[in-house]
Design a protein around this ligand. Structure first.
Ligand code: K1U
Ligand code: ZN
Length: 196
């Protein structure tokens, strides 16, 4: 425990940019929803981790935590860049923010796993999706350092869901055509009603 004198010496506010680069200059952005056609764009690779990309990442964390969600692709806030934020920490665990830039699946297992997925761009819909149980993903972090991660469980599912977003693919595309068409129809009607 710090002494009372040590507590008094502490600055009242920490500089968020120093303690955690992800929470500098954050802004909440709107998450675009089905049937917004931007969700079908193929996002562009990030050439350089610029100040603009750092601001985008900070905004993505703010937006993802507020939703709340465990992942977010930049296109979900209308920015077609190959940037993903993730945090798979449970409620009672400390935050575990991860930034995944230009991710590529370089290996996937033949074994499959089924997970009930949700999507912040298709609110209140949860459906079982079958995907490779394990994947190896190459990506770059915010410092521009390349990494490879072998993922299974929820991380494997979430990485595949987010990489799909970067390629204009939604989790409903993994369902039967009948189910997908019904979902698109329902969200298109809701969007039209909201416009009127
Ligand atoms: O990309 C997105 O739309 C985010 C999505 C990620 C995801 C969830 C489940 C399986 C695959 C990918 C979400 O975060 S949906 C919300 C969600 O799953 C959740 C929200 C709060 C606590 C726990 C989970
Ligand atoms: Zn999604």
């Amino acid at each position: 425990m710090p002494t009372a004198a040590a507590r008094r010496r502490r600055p009242r506010q920490i500089d968020p940019g120093v303690s955690c680069p992800y929470i500098a200059r954050m802004a909440l952005r709107e998450i675009i929803k089905l049937p917004d056609p931007r969700l079908r764009l193929v996002s562009e690779p990030v050439e350089k981790v610029s100040e603009e990309i750092r601001t985008l990442v900070a905004d993505m964390f703010e937006t993802m935590y507020a939703a709340p969600g465990i992942g977010l692709a930049a296109i979900q806030i209308g920015i077609p860049q190959r940037v993903v934020t993730l945090d798979l920490a449970k409620k009672d665990e400390p935050k575990a923010p991860q930034v995944v830039i230009n991710p590529e699946i370089i290996w996937k297992s033949e074994a499959l796993n089924t997970y009930e997925e949700g999507c912040l761009s298709i609110p209140e819909l949860y459906e079982e999706v079958e995907r490779p149980a394990q994947v190896k993903v190459r990506y770059t972090d915010l410092d521009g350092t390349p990494h490879e991660v072998e993922a299974n469980g929820l991380l494997a599912t979430c990485l595949q869901h987010e990489i799909d977003h970067l390629n204009g693919i939604l989790f409903i595309d993994h369902l039967s055509r009948l189910k997908r068409d019904r979902i698109i129809k329902k969200f298109t009607k809701a969007a039209k009603r909201a416009e009127d």
